[in-house]
Design a protein around this ligand. Sequence first.
Ligand SMILES: Cc1cc2nc3c(=O)[nH]c(=O)nc-3n(C[C@H](O)[C@H](O)[C@H](O)COP(=O)(O)O)c2cc1C
Length: 332
Amino acid sequence: MTGFDTALTRDARVEVPLIGGAMFPCSNPELVAAVSEAGAIGIVQPLSMEYVHRRLLRDGLRLIRQLTQKPIGMNVLIEQSSNLYLERMRRYVDIALEEGVTFYITSLGKPHWVVDRVAQVGGVVYHDVTERKWALKALDAGVRGLIAVNNRAGGHAGPKSAEQLMDELGDLGLAVVCAGGIGDAPDFVAALRMGYAGAQLGTRFIATTECTAHPDYKRAIVESDEDDIVLTERVTGVPLAVIRTSYVARVGTKAGRLARWLLRHRRTKHLMRTIYALQSAWRLKRSNFAGESSRDYWQAGRSVRGITSIEPAGEIVRRFAAAVTDRRSPAS
Ligand SMILES: Cc1cc2nc3c(=O)[nH]c(=O)nc-3n(C[C@H](O)[C@H](O)[C@H](O)COP(=O)(O)O)c2cc1C
């Protein structure tokens, strides 16, 4: 028993207020299970499960259940512009509910329908936000918590620092989780001190023995410093945090002129976003298993600064938890 009691540990029904964040393409079922088994909560990325790791969502959830009985969560990316895609997300939520998942993290769009559906079984939704205006919409939709994605995060980073986000979001009466820049235990301790109810980590969990990403990718995370992380528009059309490999240094980080023009115009921007979404899914999937010489992108956040070795996910969770508990003990 670790003795943590935060809004996140209560909502997610876990011992340690830590989330192994959803990662397309890095969230393989074994990694999700290892994070949860250690007392934190691993989040399933359903598209990653089906498209990258080649398991139907229901089979993947059942595999995780064989590896751990502890709670897991699921990520729901709400891309409103395609009905086909929304329909698929609704199906994923139904499957996850049937398989007993009660903790959901939504990104983009309006999470109303997820909140309503999940509430029927006593489930909880946290929503990814990068600033207050999105948090107010999420509050209106009835979410229980916010994942405050800051400017050090892997994936699509936000524009603000962890401190700024706490100032902006702390008064809304919702649980606020820090996402971005947490590579080692002292960063986790600092986030809890700032008032966060917990932390969501992505990059740290790629450099683990359970993650099936290519060994060159994991090694690049361990060897990179925060200055090696750049934001590129060339993958998804909006800034994405990646390691500046020799390929990235060669091609630059700006979207091509035609793509930029198409993204700016009302009549073509949805088409361009769809092209980017399809292309990036295919490209990031390939990059997960690609070695150093490839022409692909390795996503990572500035948390690389604190990551110095490849470790089992459970050891990371236990080390982070112990760092907080040690500071609380009277001897320290
Ligand atoms: C490789 C990678 C893929 C990601 N994919 C997703 C995703 O599919 N959905 C999502 O909500 N967040 C995604 N994220 C964001 C993470 O869940 C998490 O919020 C972020 O990594 C935290 O920052 P950190 O990497 O500095 O720990 C991704 C992050 C990384 C590094």
